[in-house]
Write a protein that binds this ligand. Structure first.
Ligand code: PPE
Length: 311
């Protein structure tokens, strides 16, 4: 197992992980009433570490909380500082950062009553390639899932809500048990939505296409890729597409904080393009690493790097 930070931030304090105890009566444990973020800190080419797009992730955390009706008892600036402080407390310049807010020990039962306790934590750990080193090098093997990305009237698609990850966990388990690297979920109308933990892009005849925001998580890596490709002069469209259109793509890749840019080698056993990362996928894969490490810094990349250094 990858190394985990021995210190965590809980409700305003850095603690050794053994001392950060929560109750078995925690509402979020029973009903999935929580919201979280997944963020990465990277070693910078010029030295030191920096958390990538921290502000955008914390904005999304507060939006998830708003969607859930939570009032986080800290400001976005305090949570941002908590993320930096947790990296520093653990001596990490490069790691995965997981802010988590959840309903704590108050009334049980689905209806939490008028006295919910909201717990806020930040955890950090080392996390390598999300879909395996082979996936990064040669492309991941995907399967269209028998599970759907839920209809917007069943889940809060714009929220990163803990309980909503059960569908993704089932889809991923199904795909892995059949020898695939990842599951691709269709929406309830049969169009492609996203992976269990990534957004999806395909390229055909030089046009970059990604699934629209209707049912998917509004991924921050997705935004980085769209903004960067547009800067390079490529047409990028957010439009629905079907699994057979994806089978016939020239190139395809997944995006996510954990997955970064992972090329797709095959979908349902159909080889995509030449069966190896295509030229545009390779370009964005390499340039993404330069962006997160501060080697490519462009005007529109405002506040994308938050240094990990004691204040
Ligand atoms: N869709 C889903 C369902 C998703 O969970 C993620 C991130 C994305 C898209 C991409 O979003 P972004 O990271 O903002 O580009 N998934 C996170 C959790 C993975 C996990 O297994 O835990 C992540 O990549 O951090």
């Amino acid at each position: 197992m990858a190394a985990r930070g021995s210190k965590v931030w809980l409700n305003g304090k850095i603690l050794p992980v053994e001392e950060a105890k929560i109750s078995l009566y925690t509402h979020g444990l029973h009903y999935g009433t929580g919201a979280f973020e997944g963020i990465r800190a990277y070693k910078q080419t010029a030295g030191g570490g920096a958390i990538f797009r921290l502000e955008d992730h914390i904005i999304r955390l507060f939006e998830s909380a708003k969607i859930m009706g939570f009032t986080i008892p800290f400001t976005p600036e305090q949570i941002m500082k908590a993320c930096v402080d947790t990296c520093i407390a653990n001596g990490y310049e490069e790691c995965y950062v997981r802010p988590l807010v959840f309903m704590g020990d108050s009334a049980l039962g689905v209806y939490v009553g008028d006295n919910p306790v909201l717990e806020v934590a930040v955890l950090v750990w080392e996390w390598g390639s999300y879909l395996g080193d082979r996936g990064i090098r040669e492309g991941a093997r995907l399967k269209i899932s028998t599970y759907n990305r839920p209809h917007p009237n069943s889940i809060m698609t714009k929220g990163k809500i803990t309980g909503q990850y059960v569908t993704g966990a089932l889809a991923k388990k199904e795909a892995k048990s059949q020898g695939f690297d990842e599951a691709l979920l269709l929406d309830t109308e049969g169009y492609l939505a996203e992976g269990s933990g990534e957004n999806l892009f395909m390229i055909r005849d030089g046009v970059v296409k990604t699934t629209p925001l209707t049912t998917i998580l509004n991924g921050i890596t997705r935004r980085t890729v769209i903004e960067y490709f547009r800067h390079l002069g490529y047409a990028v469209v957010g439009d629905r597409f079907t699994r057979d259109e994806l089978y016939c793509a020239d190139e395809a890749f997944l995006t996510g904080t954990a997955a970064e840019i992972t090329p797709i080698q095959s979908v349902d056993g159909r080889i995509i393009g030449a069966g190896k990362p295509g030229p545009l996928s390779q370009k964005i894969q390499q340039d993404y690493q330069k962006i997160v490490r501060g080697e490519i810094k462009l005007d529109f990349m405002k506040n994308w790097w938050t240094p990990v250094k004691p204040s």
